[in-house]
Design a protein around this ligand. Structure first.
Ligand SMILES: [Zn+2]
Ligand SMILES: [Zn+2]
Length: 367
């Protein structure tokens, strides 16, 4: 086998566990993300300790567990190379590691590539997925590789440095919403139309949301599409949204104002249930007992639960879906298949590997 090969350790043909390695220089490797599959009894990507010992750089695209969750495990297994990432990613992933190369917050100004050992050069940009989330473009002895991380160019709250006019031998691109051809704007329009119907029936809507990520997007979406809807939030959602807003360079300025205004006016849900139509809970799998109780009571009274992300096996959201009390519509926080095609049109990629979904797709350009 040629040593000049991409090693896929997770994230291809599965939604989670993202982890890719490529060789550069003599017998040295670089890793793209180190995620886990938290629904799997064996959650880690299988990377041999000898390979971890030869891994000079680990590029971390963002804080979510399916991209960062194996860091501690890999440290224990012998990873001692440099971690290359952004400040919000370190903070939200809870990583404290001496050999970290902290990337400056990306901005409008044209940036020189970051020079690394072994002839590697890195450019990066904001991926529109969460505070600290980046895509990376690496050039070096192995050629050029673009890794999108989790990416959405039509984000409402987060800044995106759009990937366009880029050349790469290999592009590893987010296509988590492989079953959809529509872009983010259309998927959001469909979601808010359905929400409008439910509210029109006089029912309440409950949205369990993750700690860091699409919660801010959903507030912006609701303010734009359903401006009259009365929304309440729980403490966790309020606190985490406030924390994320502190990372200004990652948030669209117009969204930051809207979000601050929203947080200042949004009532606390538990005391204000009667007045609210939509409840945002910072508990994506409904793991807190008090939230499960609240949701159960409200479902009995006719409320619907809207699930906008991945469903954890054995969770309360899974049973609510099975019972028909909840329905699922993915928030376009990733690329759809149509978005992937659009990105391929706007860039020059020789080989494209779509990752982050159960579907396996590779595109190879013939000369
Ligand atoms: Zn993510
Ligand atoms: Zn992900």
């Amino acid at each position: 086998m040629s040593m000049n090969s991409l090693l896929i350790k997770g994230g291809y043909g599965e939604h989670g566990r993202s982890c890719f390695l490529f060789p550069f220089g003599s017998d040295r490797y670089a890793m793209l993300d180190c995620g886990i599959m938290d629904t799997d009894p064996s959650p880690y990507p299988q990377v041999e300790p000898e390979l971890l010992a030869k891994t000079e750089y680990l590029f971390l695209s963002h804080c979510h567990k399916d991209h960062s969750g194996a860091f501690g495990h890999f440290r224990r297994q012998g990873f001692g190379g440099f971690l290359v990432t952004t400040a919000p990613t370190l903070k939200f992933a809870g990583i404290d590691y001496e050999k970290t190369i902290l990337l400056r917050d990306p901005g409008e100004e044209i940036r020189e590539p970051v020079s690394l050992k072994g002839g590697l050069a890195l450019t990066y940009g904001r991926s529109g997925h969460c505070a600290g989330g980046i895509w990376v473009h690496l050039t070096g002895p192995m050629g050029s590789i673009l890794y999108s991380g989790d990416y959405q160019r039509r984000a409402l709250a987060y800044q995106t440095d759009v990937i366009a006019g880029c050349r790469a031998d290999l592009a590893i691109l987010d296509c988590a919403h492989a079953e959809h051809e529509e872009n983010g704007d259309l998927l959001r329009a469909r979601m808010t139309a359905r929400m409008g119907e439910i509210l029109g029936e006089g029912r309440r809507l409950i949205m369990p949301l993750p700690k860091y990520g699409r919660g801010l997007e959903i507030v912006c979406m609701l303010r734009q599409a359903l401006p009259a809807a009365r929304i309440a939030v729980d403490d966790t959602f309020r606190r985490l949204t406030g924390e994320t807003l502190a990372w200004e360079r990652w948030i669209r300025p117009e969204a930051a104002g809207q979000l601050r205004q929203f947080l200042a006016g949004a009532p606390e849900c538990r005391e204000n249930w009667e007045k609210a139509q939509i409840l945002l809970l910072g508990d994506t799998h409904l793991e807190k007992e008090e939230n499960r109780r609240l949701v159960r009571e409200q479902v009995k009274a006719g409320a619907k639960v809207l699930v906008t992300g991945r469903v954890k096996r054995g969770s309360c959201t899974e049973s609510l879906l099975e019972e028909g009390a909840a329905f699922a519509m993915p928030y376009p926080h990733h690329q759809s298949h149509g978005d992937l095609m659009e990105m391929m049109e706007e860039n020059e990629f020789r080989t494209v590997m779509a990752f982050h979904s159960g579907r396996k797709e590779v595109f190879i350009a013939f000369e």
